[in-house]
Design a protein around this ligand. Structure first.
Ligand code: ATP
Ligand code: MG
Length: 442
């Protein structure tokens, strides 16, 4: 059980959070709850980020008002979630999540269902290894804080007096820039293995350090990550790799053993050749640069950055055995998807886009390319071109292709945006009759 201690109340003048940093919608919501006699706190990532002087992604609110009471207070409220009702407040440019305080899972319930004397389903449920399967019971503000993952994520900002409430060691961990679960890392990572990935994400994106004992436990438990639901792991993957810290994320996943547990095939490929890690490092650095320049990469581009080089190698090996290139690529992708989806479930559509990016590469590399304008019109072209730009860092022939295409695209956009001139338009060339294969392709 998570050790409870006296919460520390840090008055306004002793912390740096100002109301001006909070979204006006969140402030209005907090005040309306407070004015109606309810407790109203900002909680979770936004309090952490404000204390770390970062801009929060969103503002989450926790209260002792029950979902029905929240709904009655806010006309723009929609209740979501069947098991644990959450309120979503819809504003023009923002959706705020307002949740009723929830309780922690008592650890003495481990391994079994909570005994419930009537026939209602149990509110807490752990499997035989201690992983939480169900967790939906209202609780006190303190219980709500202590059921959260890390000390730095368990801080609350109280609108009543603008104080910060620390129920564990969040503030001192923020000062030391440490990530530490609330309670025993072994228990907390067993309850929910996804917390290990979250630790890696916060360490990489917020430039924090995973506390040494926590890191040791994380490395020991890394292979248990495959127990998490594959669809949830895919969502987590996107957060890990598409938010601008893919490169440091990769190193932490790699050294902790999480990478081998999540992507055994990739791990084998990395161990097969000493240079492969450097190739992926370069690709992921480029992916991060794209994010920073305000061009967030697509999920398919991230998959190509990470798995493309291995898949291309596998395709080439099959091609050398006499299989046509496209067919070899399809076969390599099919094997990859089958193995990958056992742990991390990639939607079929995204898998198709990954294949599309790789399928276009031979056409982009042919110098000079055939029918470049029609290639530009292909739906996968933008991502395929971005992939070419990523891999241009790791091969001279990729660089030549990239330079050719960049020059071509520049000419193309100049000709599209050029103002009309007085000169007579160039005589239109008679169209060559389309070959049957092209016609079939539309
Ligand atoms: P981000 O800035 O990436 O959104 P966040 O900390 O807000 O970071 P969310 O996934 O939005 O992360 O979760 C909101 C809060 O819910 C967290 O701060 C944490 O307190 C709690 N939380 C989220 N996931 C878990 C988990 N797996 N176990 C326990 N608490 C969790
Ligand atoms: Mg959040």
């Amino acid at each position: 059980m998570v050790q409870t201690m006296q919460p520390r109340i840090i008055p306004r003048k002793e912390h740096s959070i100002s109301r001006k940093q909070v979204s006006p919608n969140a402030l209005r919501t907090l005040y309306r709850l407070h004015d109606n006699g309810f407790i109203a706190y900002l909680v979770g990532g936004c309090v952490r980020d404000l204390l770390l002087k970062r801009t929060p992604k969103d503002f989450d609110i926790a209260t002792d008002a029950a979902p029905g009471q929240i709904k009655r207070l806010f006309r723009n409220c929609r209740l979501v979630g069947r098991r644990f009702r959450l309120a979503h407040l819809h504003f023009q440019d923002e959706i705020l999540e307002v949740s009723t305080f929830r309780a922690a899972v008592p650890s003495n319930e481990a391994d079994t269902e909570e005994t419930d004397h009537n026939d209602r389903p149990p509110r807490h449920l752990k499997d035989e290894d201690g992983m939480v399967l169900r967790d939906n019971i209202f609780g006190t503000p303190e219980e709500d804080a202590l059921r959260r993952d890390f000390t730095i994520n368990a801080l609350a900002y109280n609108i009543a007096d603008a104080s910060v409430i620390d129920y564990s060691t969040g503030l001192s961990d923020i000062k030391q820039r440490l990530i530490r679960p609330i309670g025993d890392p072994l228990v907390r990572f067993t309850e929910d293995p996804v917390r290990m990935i979250r630790a890696v994400r916060f360490a990489a994106s917020h430039n924090l350090v995973i506390e040494p004992a926590t890191w040791e436990t994380l490395c020991e438990l890394s292979s248990t990550i495959s127990r998490a639901a594959p669809a949830r792991l895919y969502e987590e993957m996107l957060k890990l790799f598409l938010l601008g810290s893919a490169r440091p994320v990769f190193t932490l996943l790699d050294t902790s053993g999480l990478l081998a547990a999540l992507f055994p095939g990739l791990s084998r490929w990395l161990d097969g050749n000493g240079d492969n890690r450097a190739v992926l490092h370069t690709n992921l650095e480029c992916l991060d640069r794209l994010c920073r320049s305000g061009l967030p990469p697509s999920p398919a581009l991230f998959l190509a950055a990470l798995f493309g080089p291995g898949l291309e190698e596998e395709t080439l090996a099959r091609h050398r055995d006499g299989i046509p290139h496209l067919q070899a690529l399809h076969a390599a992708c099919a094997v990859f998807m089958e193995e990958f989806c056992k742990t991390v479930c990639i939607p079929g559509r995204v898998g198709g886009q990954l294949r599309g990016i790789l399928a276009l590469q031979p056409s982009l590399h042919r110098m000079p390319p055939r029918r470049p304008t029609s290639l530009v019109g292909r739906p996968d072209f933008t991502d395929a071109m971005s992939y070419l730009c990523l891999i241009a860092k790791t091969g001279a022939e990729n660089r030549t292709a990239r330079e050719w295409w960049e020059a071509f695209l520049e000419t193309l956009s100049a000709s599209v945006s050029a103002p009309p001139t007085d000169e007579a338009p160039a005589k239109r060339r008679r169209k060559r009759p389309r070959r049957p294969a092209e016609a079939a392709a539309g």
